[in-house]
Write a protein that binds this ligand. Structure first.
Ligand code: PGA
Length: 326
């Protein structure tokens, strides 16, 4: 089921906190095939893999087949599976077997985030083609923090990534922007890469505060981290998570483009272009292709559908829809 949740309204409602980030609303319509954006991406010195593929295909065919590159950023497509608090040794064993036998495209980074207690099982049986992420980490060095897991421990058991700022931790557990930013800094200092989640509640979207909320959450990361090289941003509208109400491709693209623009204005053009901005919220095997075609969507963070191996593989392989024959 796809949802019709209203996109916010006026330009002023979309204003960033910083006046330098104010963007006219008109900029957020019809971006998906904007020649300006494609031209500026193509003139960048850092070509994405898709640009290279495009050129190779053009050279190979020498005629008619002219692939359109639908990617504003230069980062590799990225798909993460967030297993949340699901699974047993048996069900996870079956999921791993399905993932190990799945055919996965080359030009995509793939990560799964099992519950902590199964990380070792996953590490010992999952193909090296897929990296492991934790779903959370403690804000500083380990010690007397009952129930917590430190970044050092996650590294020790083979995690390369950690998801931070997920809406379930923000809104159910009560983690705030400042705490999440500090967690990101500590995880990065321990050489864990970070999937930094942002996203608005339904009432915030309906009140026209989508950009304010997302930019505020982004700023909390930006204020603390010194490098974005090991960060992937996950835009996950809270109303779309686990609800079956996926954002429309246009709704997602609009926020992704705004997030990239915020990075450009508040961090740097290089960071804006290189940082992957992935979408999360009821992504499945049926809606992933249309979402992946949006030029500022660099991949997905997937919850429910990542628990089904073949469907997760379909989502991973939606990277192919970034190459569209013209
Ligand atoms: P969902 O979860 O795909 O089940 O909506 C996404 C997420 O929470 O990362």
């Amino acid at each position: 089921m796809s949802a019709v949740v209203p996109i916010s309204a006026s330009s002023s409602q979309f204003s960033a906190r910083s006046s330098s980030s104010v963007l006219p609303f008109s900029q957020f319509h019809g971006l998906s095939s904007s020649p300006t954006r494609l031209d500026s991406a193509a003139s960048s010195t850092k070509y994405s893999l898709f640009h290279q593929v495009s050129r190779q295909l053009q050279t190979a065919t020498g005629k008619g087949c002219r692939p359109v590159v639908a990617m504003a950023g230069t980062g590799k497509f990225f798909v993460g599976g967030n297993w949340k608090c699901n699974g047993t040794k048996d069900s996870i064993g079956k999921l791993i077997a399905d993932l190990n036998s799945a055919k996965i495209e080359d030009d995509v980074d793939v990560v799964v985030a099992p519950p902590f207690v199964y990380v070792d099982q996953v590490k010992n049986s999952l193909t090296d083609r897929i990296d492991i992420s934790a779903q959370n980490s403690w804000v500083s060095k380990g010690g007397a923090f009952t129930g917590e897991i430190s970044a050092e421990q996650l590294k020790d058991v083979g995690c390369k990534w950690v998801i931070l700022g997920h809406s379930e931790r923000r809104h159910i557990i009560g983690e705030d922007d400042e705490f999440i930013g500090s967690k990101a800094v500590y995880a990065l200092s321990q050489n864990l890469k970070v999937i930094a989640c942002i996203g608005e509640l339904l009432e915030e979207r309906e009140a026209g505060k989508t950009f304010d909320i997302c930019f505020g959450q982004l700023k909390a990361f930006a204020d603390k981290v010194s490098s974005w090289a090991d960060i992937v941003i996950a835009y996950e509208p809270v109303w779309a998570i686990g609800t079956g109400k996926v954002a429309t491709p246009q709704q997602a693209q609009e926020v992704h483009a705004a997030v990239r623009d915020w990075l450009k204005k508040n961090v740097s053009a290089d960071v804006a272009s290189a940082t992957r901005i992935i979408y999360g919220g009821s992504v499945n095997g049926s809606n992933c292709v249309e979402l992946a075609k949006q030029e500022d969507i660099d991949g997905f963070l997937v919850g429910g559908a990542s628990l089904k191996g073949p469907e997760f593989a379909t989502i991973i392989n939606s990277v192919t829809s970034k190459r569209v024959a013209a």
